[in-house]
Design a protein. Structure first.
Lengths: 338, 260
């Protein structure tokens, strides 16, 4: 099925270009509200990351969008079909890799993939060639005849994703695809996601890792307590918190005092003898700062440049206190050391 | 392809999966053959003389009486093991994969049911083989053998649907393996091992009205020529009833858990 061209990020494309669109989605389990009205719009052919701490509602969102769970309210369309009224059409267009590998442990890797091919009614020849290709691509061809139960965590995830891809889905949901993986397997997973998107697939991933969202996603939404608290590109999110700064550390209180005098605008941390100078971290600005210290004859013990990363965004947006803050309130920056 | 062809195709795919499990891990399947075989050996060699005397014969007479009962018990017990397989699928991730695919929903259950019937019937061939080895001499003609196989398949089909439902309500594999015990031992309280007429009045009433007694009597009649009477129809009615209850219950459980 031909998919519309991906819309440039930041620009709202025509309605038909949305691979996933969600309005006012709600879900509660008993008294506990898991999703409290979320809105999302994901253009086809892009990677979208739903970022949030444990219990934020990420998995529930994926479960609703993948037709596993019915929402209590709101609308959700995936690949142009309503998840509530046309679940089979949605299922035919999606692939889902959940948090826990959905394999048949008693079957071999190859048999697991062939089971998918059979259920997708691919036909014998096409099924076999697709399976062979996926075994190669995911680097499990040499263990194709071994039972899935004997596989390591990374191999299980690879087989799991390969099973998801047998049907060449338009939209892929990856629920915390790299949780529990070693760094090397994580990189492999990232490369896979990138190659999928290059092929025109839309990827919806949830993650608790900011780096992952930063690396992969065209757009990121931060989910906290069942609500989307921020949405945008990684750059846009980073821009929502105060900019970069330079930290100057001293060991001698006298030097610290002198520096304080030379840099009147700096934020002070008397306890740690540290100064924080706001401003951009460009070379010229740094040179000017160092010149001023030089002129004042100040000797610094340590020096670091701090640019905000998604960790800052995450902690700021999902941290305590944000619930009371209205949208226009300046966000507090929590210090993180890099 | 029509939706019926899809349903058949998907069910066959699921069936292949279950049969592959059974062939790869024959221990589970053979377990359901071992129990009736051990019962045969125990009852024939340990209690056979005494129980046979009660029937007005000896060990051989008791073997003839016992074998159909043990087969019916074996079919019930073997069918109930499906709940373990169903529950284990439900508690592992694979079920969510099936549910997010555009496949016929019921194929997951039909695959289990047909797989279980095939497996149970193969086990019974083994049990009959052992019984023949011990000296069981049925007087059934080919038609009666066919009818016996049909009856056993009907029992297996019905009990397996019930077993699927029990597997679906179980939250853990352990509880799934405990629930079927009641049904597995129901044949003891029927005419499988001793005639219902020899029991105390209360138990005798129960034995005469529970499903496994007419099933045992029908099989006994087909294989050894004893009187069947109305038992054939009563058995088939029980099978139909149990199958419908099991199927409707399973289907509603399966659909409700997907909306959880």
């Amino acid at each position: 099925m031909p998919m519309p061209m991906p819309t440039p990020s930041g620009e709202r494309g025509a309605q038909s270009a949305a691979a996933v669109s969600v309005t006012g989605l709600r879900k509660s389990y008993g008294d506990k509200t898991v999703l409290d009205g979320i809105d999302l719009r994901i253009p086809a052919g892009t990677v979208f990351a739903l970022l949030g701490p444990n219990g934020a509602g990420k998995t529930t969102t994926v479960q609703i969008l993948s037709t596993l769970v019915a929402a209590d309210g709101g609308q959700a369309r995936v690949a142009g079909h309503d998840v509530a009224t046309a679940p089979d059409a949605v299922r035919a267009a999606i692939g889902v890799t959940g948090q826990f590998a959905a394999l048949d442990d008693l079957l071999t890797a190859e048999e697991n993939l062939l089971l998918m091919a059979d259920l997708l009614r691919l036909g014998k020849r096409e099924g076999h060639s697709r399976v062979r290709e996926l075994l190669q691509r995911f680097d499990i061809a040499d263990v194709a005849r071994q039972r899935a139960a004997t596989f390591s965590g990374g191999m299980r995830r690879r087989l799991d994703l390969a099973m998801t891809l047998v049907g060449d889905p338009q939209v892929i949901f990856l629920d915390e695809p790299t949780t529990g993986l070693d760094p090397r397997s994580r990189r492999t997973m990232w490369d896979t996601v990138r190659s999928l998107v290059a092929g025109g697939t839309t990827v919806f991933l949830t993650t608790q890792y900011l780096e992952e969202a930063d690396q992969l996603a065209d757009r990121i939404a931060v989910l906290d307590g069942g609500r989307i608290v921020a949405e945008g590109t990684a750059e846009e999110l980073k821009a929502r918190i105060p900019g970069s700064h330079v930290r100057l550390r001293f060991t001698d209180p006298a030097e610290y005092e002198r520096a304080t005098g030379a840099l009147p605008g700096a934020a002070l941390d008397d306890e740690n003898l540290t100064l924080r100078v706001a401003g951009d971290a460009g070379l010229d600005a740094l040179r000017a700062l160092l010149d001023r210290l030089d002129t004042a004859g100040v000797r610094t013990a340590g020096f670091s440049v701090h640019t905000p990363d998604l960790d800052d965004v995450f902690l700021t947006l999902t941290g305590q206190g944000t619930a009371q803050d209205g949208p226009g309130t300046p966000l507090r920056v929590k210090e993180t050391h890099r | 392809m029509s939706s019926l062809t899809y349903a058949v195709h998907d069910s066959m795919t699921m069936l292949r999966r279950n049969l592959r499990h059974a062939i790869r891990y024959p221990a589970v399947g053979l377990g359901s053959a071992m129990m009736p075989i051990l019962m045969l050996l125990l009852f024939v060699y340990a209690f056979g003389d005494a129980l046979g005397a009660g029937l007005g014969g000896g060990r051989d007479a008791y073997l003839e009486y016992l074998t159909p009962g043990v087969i019916v018990m074996g079919v019930a017990a073997g069918s109930m093991s499906t709940s373990i397989a169903v529950c284990s699928d439900m508690t592992e991730g694979i079920i969510n994969r099936f549910r997010t695919m555009d496949i016929t929903r019921s194929s997951f259950m039909t695959g289990h049911v047909i797989g279980s019937v095939v497996q149970t019937m193969s086990c019974m061939v083994l049990v009959v083989g052992v019984a023949l080895g011990l000296g069981f001499r049925p007087d059934a003609n080919p038609l009666e053998w066919l009818a016996a196989a049909g009856l056993l398949a009907a029992i297996a089909f019905a009990v397996t649907w019930l077993s699927v439902a029990l597997g679906l309500i179980s939250k853990t594999v352990e509880s799934a393996s405990n629930k079927p015990l009641l049904i597995q031992f129901l044949p003891f309280l029927g005419s499988a091992f001793v005639p219902a007429g020899s029991m105390s009045p209360g138990l005798r009433w129960f034995a005469e009205h529970q499903p496994f007694t007419p099933m045992t009597e029908t099989l006994r009649g087909l294989l050894t020529g004893s009187a069947i009477g109305d038992d054939a129809w009563i058995s088939l009615a029980w099978c139909a009833g149990i199958a419908v209850v099991g199927y409707v219950w399973s289907r509603s459980l399966f659909n409700s858990t997907s909306k959880r």
